[in-house]
Write a protein that binds this ligand. Structure first.
Ligand SMILES: *[C@@H]1O[C@H](CO)[C@@H](O)[C@H](O)[C@H]1NC(C)=O
Ligand SMILES: *[C@@H]1O[C@H](CO)[C@@H](O)[C@H](O)[C@H]1NC(C)=O
Ligand SMILES: *[C@@H]1O[C@H](CO)[C@@H](O)[C@H](O)[C@H]1NC(C)=O
Length: 433
């Protein structure tokens, strides 16, 4: 169907039905109401795929990601209803099993007493199977399922929900321990997202501890405010992943723990958690003092340095970022640098921060007190740099939707002619190609 028609049907559905019941299985789907997740839906199952797209299932339909439009589930997972015509998925999860690459990252769907294994959106040979053939001891007609890797659970496991019972399946030993969590609502779908665990019930969700089942904090919360992009629905979800051709960074950095952050306007995004999809948050969510964005950011010795106008804020990197006492200070006082800073970077394991201002680059030794700015700034062969990153692959200098790549700061400093800029791609920044 062409996009325009699809949009039209969606609008009609929104206008006429207010998210009413899913069409009868024999009705021609395109002519009747499509489910509307912003109307408040109880999902049948939620799971990420191997690329980090999260799929939300309801009846014969699904949504991809927090923004995607409703579509038929069998467009993405062809065989799901061919064989059974059951019309809905009971439960789904993405396997975490690094010891067995044949299983790792596969999506498992549960329908009645059958299990389907998909990889790259294709059904694996030999499926569907009886659930007990693959997961001995796990009951049929499940309500929800979610993976729980070792470290978050005792061992690489899957939690299967049925009523108030949770069947914890150990992937390696293929054994099941059953617990009862009567305080947790009956979950119709469960999701692990950014290392947290969510039970979905009605249009609400409750975050729980995957080992004890404990709920802490003000739950339930309305899923429409957090997991989907609905009009008038509070915070979160309003950021669209940009087209690569529209990218405009403010700053980018990777800290010593390997966490990568991209900053653009008032938002930031973690790049290293791409396996769970990319999600943007207001910068103030993690760095509460940075109320008007950032110009440049670099990481050094478990601290993150954020520059805005002529001030520098140094945050201690731990579970949370906390502003170190005495900051902000002026950039002049801290680094001996005057004037607007466009971008800054420190290469892994090094003590030198390189500061880019217009067409020049200065260096400052962070291990020396007081700070000494290097002999003189070196001229750069290009201008309009928005953000820079140095990692094991070299230095990336971002200018709008393009970037320049150099092997080392020295080669950059000696370069007299800019190399041809390369287009920013999905692989580099997670934007839409
Ligand atoms: C997908 O499902 C719809 C309704 O459930 C059905 O009409 C259609 O034929 C299915 N398409 C495929 C390719 O199986
Ligand atoms: C995934 O599926 C697509 C289309 O079916 C195919 O072109 C591609 O080669 C597959 N990729 C892998 C890694 O199997
Ligand atoms: C959702 O949670 C709210 C409280 O946050 C509660 O009042 C409401 O009844 C819940 N609705 C459903 C359908 O679970």
């Amino acid at each position: 169907m062409e996009l325009l028609t699809k949009t039209l049907f969606l609008c009609l559905a929104l206008a006429l039905t207010n998210g009413g019941p899913v069409p009868a299985p024999d009705a021609p789907v395109d002519d009747v109401a499509l489910p509307d997740r912003c109307a408040g839906i109880e999902f049948d199952a939620i799971t990420p795929d191997e690329k980090g797209n999260t799929f939300f299932f309801k009846g014969s339909h699904l949504w991809m990601g927090f923004h995607g439009a409703v579509q038929l589930a069998n467009e993405s997972f062809k065989e799901l209803d061919d064989l059974h015509h059951i019309g809905h998925v009971d439960a789904a999860f993405r396997m975490h099993n690094v010891e067995n690459p044949d299983d790792h990252d596969h999506i498992y769907f549960f329908l009645d007493d059958k299990v389907f294994s998909y990889y790259n959106h294709s059904l694996e040979d030999g499926y569907p199977k009886d659930i007990q053939e693959d997961f001995p001891g796990v009951p049929s007609h499940l309500d929800a399922a979610v993976e729980c890797p070792k470290g978050e659970c005792m061992a690489d496991s899957v939690l299967f929900f049925k009523g108030h019972d949770v069947h914890v399946y150990d992937i390696t030993t293929k054994t099941v321990k059953t617990k009862t969590w009567p305080h947790l609502p009956v979950c119709t779908a469960a999701l692990r997202w950014l290392e947290h665990y969510y039970c979905f019930h009605g249009h609400n969700f409750t975050r729980f501890n995957p080992v004890s089942g404990e709920v802490s904090g003000p739950y339930p919360k309305d899923a429409r405010h957090y997991f989907m992009n609905c009009p008038n629905a509070g915070h979160g979800g309003h950021y669209e992943v940009r087209k690569c051709s529209n990218v405009k960074l403010s700053a980018i950095t990777t800290d010593d723990a390997g966490k990568s952050y991209l900053f653009a306007g008032s938002m930031y995004m973690r790049l290293d958690t791409r396996h769970d999809g990319l999600h943007a948050f207001p910068i103030t969510r993690s760095w509460k003092e940075m109320t008007s964005g950032v110009d440049a950011v670099f990481s050094y010795n478990d601290n993150m340095y954020l520059i805005k106008d002529d001030h520098i804020y140094i945050y201690k990197t731990a579970a949370h970022y906390t502003l170190i006492d005495g900051y902000p200070k002026t950039v002049k006082e801290e680094l001996g640098i005057e004037g607007h800073v466009d971008a800054a970077f420190v290469c892994p394991g090094q003590d030198t921060v390189y500061i880019i201002q217009g067409r020049t680059m200065s260096d400052v030794n962070l291990a020396a007190t007081p700070r000494v700015v290097g002999d003189r700034p070196v001229p750069l062969p290009m201008s309009d740099i928005d953000a820079t990153l140095c990692n094991a692959e070299g230095i990336y200098l971002f200018a709008g939707a393009q970037y320049y790549h150099y092997e080392t700061p020295m080669i950059l400093g000696m370069s007299r002619m800019a190399p041809r800029p390369l287009p920013v791609t999905n692989a580099i920044l997670g934007c839409e190609d």
